[in-house]
Design a binder for this molecule. Structure first.
Ligand code: FVH
Length: 298
């Protein structure tokens, strides 16, 4: 749930530092300012702090000075390499603080940051951002978090002001696992969608009108995702989308249609190849979800 109360800026517990003022870091700092938090900011390119200073933020001259200013230090930078560089500059200034890293990155990076913070006497929370900067401060931006439970309990109310927050447990890498997986679902679906727009365009259909119809059509996806998840967990594969032997025949049509109009069919050939293997193994009566059995890296 989104917390919308206005903070008392003189209350030290509500003071926050934001390191990194790109599009996302700026949106985060502005949200904290809007909610009444005393906000200290720092950015490598100092000029990016100016609009926030106009809105009431305090700009620090160095990352270490910024980190020293607040009990809660939020980092939002381009990538893991930038985080390493800035944290090395901050170093001992995080002692006794809660360090929250919202930079995209892997579970391994998150666990390394956790160890880094622990060695300097700081509590670490790793967070990931699923949403766009203009929507920070609304429930439309999802923030998976993991790491120090004590830190999450202490600062959860403030973090919830940024969007919809879910805590995934004490392993600092868990939020990144969730993020990587959710982002992958999006990309896997969207590359298929782009391939399909190629086909639609090659057939002379208006791509934007088709996209609108497709958007209505994907309303069927959420229950299907849930039922596939349950099938995979149980290791039992009912004939979702029909039995594989029937679906495989449809795949042949999809592939030959694409090839006949000069449109790439690589995704469909991948799916058809998996279906053929599953059918050859004697599982032709099972559903699409059973392809999961073939997706382990050998
Ligand atoms: N923007 C978005 O829509 C997405 C939504 C989903 C999650 N992401 C992640 O958020 C992180 C920050 O993204 P961003 O949009 O703020 O990115 P930029 O606007 O490009 O700002 C990058 C900041 O990082 C600073 N920076 C880069 N390299 C260094 C370095 N070596 N040392 C110190 N700072 C560095 C950069 O500083 P400057 O260029 O302004 O001096 C910006 O503050 C990111 O993980 C997304 O995946 C956003």
């Amino acid at each position: 749930m989104l917390t919308t109360t206005t903070a008392d800026p003189t209350n030290r517990a509500s003071q926050v530092t934001v390191l990194g003022l790109g599009d996302m870091g700026s949106a985060i700092a502005r949200t904290f300012l809007d909610r009444g938090h005393r906000t200290t900011v720092w950015n490598r390119t100092a000029s990016k702090a100016l609009p926030l200073v106009d809105a009431g933020a305090t700009a620090a001259a160095t990352a270490a000075e910024a980190a020293a200013a607040s009990p809660l230090v939020v980092v939002c930078l381009l990538d893991g390499a930038a985080v390493d560089k800035v944290l090395n500059a901050v170093d001992a200034a995080v002692a006794g603080k809660v360090l929250v890293n919202l930079t995209s990155g892997s579970p391994q990076q998150a666990r390394a940051n956790d160890r880094w913070a622990g060695a300097r006497g700081a509590e670490y929370l790793d967070g990931k951002i699923m949403g766009d900067p203009p929507y920070v401060g609304t429930p439309h931006v999802m923030f998976p978090f993991s790491g120090s439970r004590t830190a999450f309990e202490a600062h959860g109310p403030m973090l919830r002001e940024l969007g919809t927050v879910v805590y995934h447990g004490e392993d600092a890498g868990s939020a990144a696992v969730e993020f990587m997986a959710q982002v992958a679902v999006g990309y896997e679906i969207l590359i298929g969608f782009l391939h399909t727009l190629r086909l639609v365009q090659a057939e002379g259909v208006d791509v934007a009108e088709f996209a609108e119809r497709a958007a209505n059509n994907v309303a069927a996806l959420p229950p299907l995702l849930t039922s596939i998840g349950n099938a995979v967990r149980a290791g039992e594969y009912p004939p979702d989308l029909g039995p594989l032997k029937v679906q495989a025949a449809l795949m042949d049509d999809l592939i030959s249609h694409r090839e006949s109009i000069g449109v790439e069919a690589v995704r469909m050939r991948e799916v058809k190849g998996l279906m053929d293997r599953r059918i050859a193994d004697g599982f032709g009566a099972q559903g699409f979800s059973s392809l999961f059995e073939l997706l382990a890296k050998s």
